[in-house]
Design a binder for this molecule. Structure first.
Ligand code: AHG
Ligand code: MN
Ligand code: MN
Ligand code: MN
Length: 329
């Protein structure tokens, strides 16, 4: 409570960001502006998501994205909204998105940051009114300011993230992010058009009783994972799996639990994408006292080699993740 940066529950996100900025005398404000741009895009997507069923925004585009997944209309809309917000904001020189194969250049070569994003996470839940989200990860560019950004700006590694977070469009919309000091959640009050600090300095329980995975894939899981799931059942833990990573992660973060997306028969490297799913959530997890591993190493220590690479992901309460890892070969 005596944290020098602590602000009371109820302050707005804008106020909070300003406060943090003045607490760090060397901060120049660009990162603050970038976070505000992302929050704004989140408001717009909140609106689109909430009226999607009314204005024919549900259903597929009839095309596949670079991942070989069928793209939903809202995937496209969220992608466009985010690109627009980040381009207009001017702080990001480049973006990568789940929905686009190549680097997206904003044209703002003086921007100091690059952003990796999953514009809409949980595509299979869009049309059925179930929670979905947005995930983002921010790096300070390593290429010279003024030049064209490159892949190297995105492949710095998870420990070089300067900020990361998600926006969950659930029973309420909440933005949870970190700049590497603490993890904080801001619930969106649509009647005010403001995000309000509702979950300051999140600390997840060290142990939990919820396990979250796609049980239908179990035949493809390695023995250690199956043994772990057996132990969960023996302990009569609770199975909860929404199928939107953001929502599953958020629940387990607050209540204590473990999320597993192991390699499967279909996805030998796991399904989730390192740069815009695993890295940002792993950064938040560590801030909140959780662990995130690929089974072999901490997710944040994985050396990225390509923009859309995948990784197995085991993330959540540290006691649970440790127990799982001890069963893996
Ligand atoms: P996205 O909708 O961004 O493509 O991500 C889908 C991911 C993630 O949200 C979710 O946890 C997982 O896919 C669900 O996969 P399964 O349907 O294979 O369980
Ligand atoms: Mn997808
Ligand atoms: Mn996703
Ligand atoms: Mn997505």
């Amino acid at each position: 409570a005596s944290h020098p940066l602590a602000l009371p529950v109820g302050v707005t996100l804008d106020r909070y960001i300003m406060h943090r900025q003045t607490a760090f005398p060397y901060a120049t404000g660009e990162l603050s502006q970038l976070l505000r741009d992302i929050a704004l895009a989140g408001k717009i997507i909140h609106r689109e998501v909430n009226r999607a069923g009314l204005i024919d925004l549900t259903g597929g585009m009839g095309v596949q994205n670079v991942q070989g997944e069928s793209q939903q209309k809202l995937d496209m809309i969220a992608n466009i909204r985010f690109k627009r917000a980040l381009t207009n904001g001017g702080e990001a020189c480049a973006i990568i998105s789940e929905e686009e194969e190549d680097i997206i250049y904003t044209g703002n070569n003086n921007g100091k940051y690059v952003v990796a994003m999953d514009p809409l996470d949980g595509s299979s839940n869009i049309d059925v009114n179930v929670s979905i989200g947005t995930i983002f990860s921010i790096y300070r560019r390593i290429t010279p300011i003024g030049s064209e950004p490159t892949m190297a700006d995105f492949l710095q590694g998870g420990r070089r993230q300067v900020a990361a977070g998600y926006i969950l469009y659930g029973s309420s919309t909440i933005m949870v992010y970190t700049t590497g000091h603490s993890a904080n959640g801001f619930t969106y009050d649509a009647s005010l058009g403001e995000y309000i600090l509702s979950h300051p300095d999140i600390h997840s329980p060290a142990n939990g009783q919820i396990y979250s995975c796609n049980d239908g894939n179990i035949d493809g899981y390695e023995d250690g994972v199956r043994d772990y799931l057996t132990s969960c059942r023996r302990n009569q833990y609770t199975a909860r799996y929404i199928g939107s990573l953001v929502a599953d992660f958020h629940r387990n973060l607050l209540k204590g639990g473990i999320y597993l997306y192991p390699p499967t028969k279909k996805n030998k490297e796991g399904k989730l994408r390192l740069l815009y799913e695993a890295f940002p959530l792993a950064f938040l997890a560590e801030m909140a006292g959780c662990l995130a591993t690929s089974g072999h190493q901490a997710v944040l220590d994985i050396k990225p080699t390509s923009l859309h690479q995948r990784t197995p992901l085991y993330i959540g309460s540290p006691v649970m993740v440790d127990n799982l890892v001890s069963l893996l070969k």
